[in-house]
Design a protein around this ligand. Structure first.
Ligand code: ZN
Length: 254
């Protein structure tokens, strides 16, 4: 059965129990990493996913807490003997900078490096980001400091649909992206800094999109209480609300 594993749930500052927000989507025919932060290789090992199983990476935007671990993941994979190609999808703004980073590391000199195929997505709503035997994933621009995409994932085996807001202020693009989904995973960084959403605003978006349930992610953990978050969102959204936690496993079925 396909599954979603939350690998990190913190906003920009992690702590010992919460890595920066990223997640793994695992199907029968491979696994997809959504953003690349914290210690992805260690986390994949912990949940029993081999590095060769990883077929795709989707990067939502070029901020260190979302893409900072990507160069290290590539190097580790190479050193562990990966040979199969890795596909990487994201907006041009993000992928261009990731390639520049790798150029700064002189990756062209890494002998026998496996192929990496960058898939530059156009910056418009509802573009196809990935379509394989397990999942169909579309992307839409949301509203953050830098060009950023939210995602909508259809699980082909079960018909389950979930959306992920990535980092954004409350916006109509997210409502359209999540429309009628079984689950919305929405950021809950808070009113400050600007460019983000509070848990109550995440609840409003969930309500307007008519989703089945709401998971809060990308919330402050450093010297911050998380106890009020679910209640804040429940005040604006009638459906079930939960807090994403690192290594939480979400079954992708109705
Ligand atoms: Zn960000």
């Amino acid at each position: 059965m396909p599954r979603l594993v939350i690998l990190g749930s913190a906003s920009a500052v992690p702590d010992a129990e919460h890595q920066n927000s990223h997640m793994l989507l695992q199907g029968r025919n491979g696994a997809i990493l959504i953003d690349c932060a914290g210690l992805p290789l260690v986390s994949l090992h912990r949940i029993g996913v081999g590095i060769e199983e990883l077929t795709d990476v989707i990067l939502t935007h070029f901020h260190p807490d979302h893409v900072g671990a990507f160069p290290g993941l590539l190097m580790s994979s190479w050193l562990m003997g990966r040979t199969s190609a890795l596909r990487v999808a994201g907006l041009h703004h993000c992928l261009q900078r990731v390639e520049d980073l790798m150029t700064a590391y002189h990756w062209e000199e890494w002998a026998g490096f496996f192929p990496v195929a960058f898939h530059h997505l156009p910056e418009r709503e509802g573009v196809l980001a990935l379509d394989n035997e397990d999942f169909r994933i579309t992307a839409s621009p949301v509203r953050h400091y830098v060009p950023t995409i939210g995602l909508r994932v259809l699980v082909k085996e079960t018909g389950f649909v979930f959306a992920y807001s990535s980092d954004t202020i409350p916006c109509p693009e997210t409502i359209r992206l999540a429309q009628g989904a079984d689950l919305l995973i929405h950021e809950a960084t808070g009113d400050e800094p600007l460019g983000h959403s509070s848990a109550a605003q995440a609840g409003m978006i969930a309500r307007q999109a008519g989703v089945g349930r709401l998971g809060l992610i990308h919330y402050p953990v450093w010297k911050a209480s998380t106890e009020h978050l679910v209640g804040d969102a429940a005040a604006t959204f009638e459906g079930p609300v939960f807090l994403c936690e690192d290594f939480m496993e979400i079954q992708l079925e109705r």
